[in-house]
Structure formats: structure tokens, C-alpha cells
Design a protein around this ligand. Structure first.
Ligand code: PMP
Length: 455
């Protein structure tokens, strides 16, 4: 097996860094001038891009992004899934322009007729009968967690080590000593110790799940069908079925967050793998870039919530902690309707999945040829390489395989070759506009860049 030479990595990274700095003077200058932005960026996580300063966006269309220095990139980051429909897909643009311009009324607190169409489409794909809309997946998770606690009368949420579900307080937990959840490193000022709100288990380890559920205080298991925010960690055969079975046995709800795993197919992993969630959460991509999210609840959860609202001990229409003023606004509803109805279609998913399969094969070929100790995992339209072989089985194993130096080198080297990868990890996502030529371009660049390291 090839071994990583850190001295060579450092030299290669320095060369890529110098090339990046030289070729992006305008981005560099804008970053230097941004004195009134905390961290010099509109949101602090934009500093996650490698290279010391982020690229500044000029324009984007389909799967191409152009920066202010005039470079155009093949975009495999796609806004970390927010742009899985491609940048500014024509049907979404038309629907948004119509609502914003001709019709007007982005935020009126009034429903539009289109909302039911979106609800029906979400039901058709993901199976849940009743939907509410939000402006982000984070909000969908937060509000749905409240409903889960209300419906079950239980206080805690069970999550998996190294999961990510947005800035949801309950979810920043790792299994700690004496079976108590503890805060994940870097968690910004948690409101209460994590073991008061959360139970933490290990992915692909049903025993760890059962141990936590047996306390009888878990309202919901909150999980993705595959971990996607610590690399892709796929479920082993029987794991998702086991979660369903354990949730039912211990009286907890199963809450599936498909914000990223929607890449699995037209109906997400839920449809592809026959999952049976009690609560379903989605966000990011379904509005074609316009902020939106949604959660669907089962008839049983809806009935339990309604019992409480009718009894007057929970308020879901005013200031009870579920909902937001702009949620369900006419603009995001129009965007969801167009994006789901005309862009992220079954045909689009077939195309995207075929390309992700080719992407995966291209990466695997280089890894095999150079005997590199990395792996690549695919989930429908997305694929991601990880610095471990075989592919990690748990969040803990995947976290141990993280390597900031390698991440920085690969991101910068790809960027310098006209390819954008997701800055938070090495994820590549296909959109309806991605072509086979784009994938081949990555395959070639990957061979060159990894060859320079291991060849
Ligand atoms: N759920 C999952 C699985 C996610 O990966 C993310 C963000 N990466 C979120 C929820 C939160 O999405 P947002 O930041 O758009 O609220």
C-alpha cells in the first residue's frame, strides 16, 4: 500500500497555494477589504474554503460557477446540496420571477394554491401524509423535534456520533463516559449539558442504540439514512430495518433527515430502501436554491399533536415554538413546486446517478492503480472519497480518517484545475446539467493530483 509522504504533501500544497493566490487577485482584494464582516465573510463558515480567502462569486448557471477573476469552474460542490437542481434552473427561475414580479406577494402570511401541490408531490415521493414548510432544514429539524417530544411526552433525542442536522442544539453530541451524551468538540456554547437533551449512539451499532433506547426517555431517533457529514458512511444491511424495529419496540419515533440523502433517488433513500419514518425532514435542494425546507409527519404523529393542541396544552399557531413568519411564503412554495415538478424529476435522477457511478469508478481506478489507502462511497447522485481503506463503518472511524492537510491540497489542486469540490469534505454531487465530460475532467485531474502525491 502506498504511504503518504508529508514533506511532499507540504511542498505540493505550497505550490497550489501560490498558484491560487496569484490567479485570484480580485477575490483576494475583496476579502482584504471586507472589514465590516465578521471573519471577512457573509457567514463565518465561508472561510471553510481552502486557500486563505474564498473565491468571490460573479455568476453561476447549471453546473458552472464563474468567479470575479473570470475563472469558470465545473461545480461539484453545488452549494453542499442546496444547488442539486443546478444553479438557476429555468422552471424555478420562471416560477420565482412570476411570483416576485407579475403576481407579487412574497410574504403575506396567506397560503397559495400551489402549496397543496407541493404537499401532494412530497407525499407521492416520500410517503408521509401531512407536511409543513420551513425556510431551512435546520428549522424543519428543530420544529419536528418539538412535535416528537409533544407526541411522545419524552424529553430526549437519540443521535449518532458525528451526525449533522444543521444547528440543532440536541444533535451536537457524542457518546461519553458512563453512557452519557457529551458535547462534540467545537460546539459553540451549548445551552445545557448535552446529556439532558440527548442520547448518543454509534452508527451501524444496533446494540448501542438499544442500550440508549432502553432508558425509555427517547422521543425520537434522529438520523440520516447514511451519514453524509463525516464522509459518506453507508448503513450496513439490516441497520436501518433494525432502527425501525427498535424505535417501535421502545416507543420512540423514527425521524429521517433526507436533506443530503435525497441524492439516493427521486424519493430519497426512504423510497429506494423502503424506510418507514414517523417524521421525515428535507431541505436545501427542493427549492432550486430559494430557501425552503419541509417536514412530513405520519397520521399517528399528526393525531397525537392534534390531541394536545385541542386540549390547549400546546400552541402550534402562535408563539408555541413551532414555525416562523417567513415559513411557507409564496416565493419558496413556488420554487419548490417548479423544482420538484420540473427539475428534480425521475429522469434527472437517473442521469445524475449514472454520472456519480462514473465519477466513483474514475476515482477508484486511480486509487487501485496507485494503491492509495483511501476509499470512495456513492449514494445515488453523490460520491465522496475518504482517507481510509476499507471505507469507515462508523462516524468515529470516519472522523479518525480526517486529514486537514490532504483536504486542503485536494480542494486547492482541484480548484486550480477548474473544479469545485465541497469545502466541508471531499463530496461531489451531480446535478441535471452535469455531463460525462465534466466527470471525465475530474477523473483526469484526480489522477494527476493524487499521482503527484503517491506516484
Ligand atoms: N440536515 C442535514 C443532513 C444536513 O447535512 C444539513 C446541512 N448540511 C442540515 C440538515 C441543515 O441544513 P441548513 O443548514 O440548510 O439548515
Amino acid at each position: 500500500m502506498a504511504t503518504l509522504d508529508r514533506t511532499r504533501l507540504t511542498a505540493l500544497l505550497e505550490a497550489e497555494q501560490a498558484a491560487y493566490t496569484d490567479s485570484h487577485p480580485r477575490s483576494r482584494a475583496l476579502f482584504a477589504q471586507a472589514d465590516n464582516l465578521f471573519g471577512r465573510v457573509p457567514m463565518t463558515w465561508m472561510n471553510m474554503w481552502s486557500g486563505g480567502f474564498p473565491l468571490y462569486l460573479d455568476r453561476a448557471a447549471g453546473n458552472r460557477v464563474t468567479d470575479v477573476d473570470g475563472h469558470t469552474y465545473v461545480d461539484f460542490a453545488l452549494g453542499d446540496t442546496g444547488a442539486m437542481a443546478g444553479h438557476s434552473p429555468a422552471p424555478t427561475v420562471a416560477a420565482v420571477q412570476r411570483r416576485m414580479g407579475e403576481l407579487g406577494g412574497v410574504t403575506t402570511m396567506l397560503p397559495t394554491a400551489e402549496a397543496q401541490d407541493v404537499g401532494a408531490e412530497l407525499s407521492r415521493r416520500f410517503g408521509m401524509p401531512s407536511w409543513s414548510f420551513t425556510l431551512s432544514a435546520t428549522d424543519a429539524n428543530r420544529w419536528a423535534i418539538r412535535l416528537a417530544r409533544l407526541a411522545t411526552g419524552r424529553p430526549k433525542v437519540l443521535v449518532f456520533a458525528y451526525c449533522y442536522h444543521g444547528s440543532v442544539d440536541e444533535a451536537f453530541a457524542l457518546p461519553g463516559p458512563e453512557g452519557k451524551a457529551q458535547s462534540r468538540p467545537g460546539n459553540v456554547a451549548p445551552p445545557v449539558p448535552l446529556d439532558l437533551t440527548t442520547r448518543a449512539a454509534t452508527w451501524n451499532d444496533l446494540e448501542s442504540v438499544e442500550r440508549e433506547l432502553a432508558h425509555g426517555d427517547v422521543a425520537a431517533i434522529l438520523t440520516e439514512p447514511a451519514l453524509t457529514n463525516i464522509g459518506i458512511v453507508l448503513p450496513e444491511p439490516g441497520f436501518m430495518e433494525g432502527l425501525r424495529e427498535l424505535a417501535t419496540r421502545y416507543g420512540s419515533l423514527l425521524m429521517i433527515d433526507e436533506t443530503h440523502t435525497f441524492s439516493t433517488g427521486w424519493g430519497g433513500a426512504t423510497r429506494a430502501w423502503g424506510l418507514q419514518p414517523d417524521i421525515f425532514v428535507i431541505g436545501k435542494s427542493i427549492g432550486g436554491g430559494i430557501p425552503c425546507g419541509a417536514y412530513g409527519i405520519s397520521a399517528e404523529v399528526a393525531a397525537a399533536v392534534t390531541r394536545h393542541t385541542e386540549a390547549g396544552d400546546a400552541d402550534i399557531v402562535d408563539v408555541g415554538g413551532v414555525g416562523g413568519t417567513l415559513a411557507g411564503n409564496a416565493l419558496s412554495v413556488a420554487a419548490m413546486r417548479a423544482t420538484l415538478g420540473e427539475v428534480l424529476t425521475e429522469d434527472a435522477f437517473a442521469h445524475m446517478t449514472e454520472l456519480a457511478t462514473a465519477f466513483t469508478a474514475g476515482v477508484q481506478q486511480t486509487l487501485d492503480e496507485l494503491d492509495v489507502p483511501w476509499s470512495i462511497s456513492q449514494l445515488g447522485a453523490r460520491a465522496e472519497y475518504r482517507f481510509a481503506r476499507p471505507a469507515p463503518r462508523t462516524g468515529e472511524e470516519s472522523a479518525a480518517a480526517a486529514d486537514d492537510g490532504l483536504d486542503a491540497y485536494l480542494h486547492l489542486a482541484m480548484c486550480n484545475r477548474g473544479i469545485l469540490m465541497t469545502p466541508f469534505h471531499n463530496m461531489a454531487l451531480m446535478c441535471p446539467d452535469t455531463s460525462r465530460e465534466d466527470v471525465d475532467r475530474h477523473t483526469e485531474a484526480f489522477r494527476e493530483v493524487v499521482g503527484a502525491l503517491f506516484g
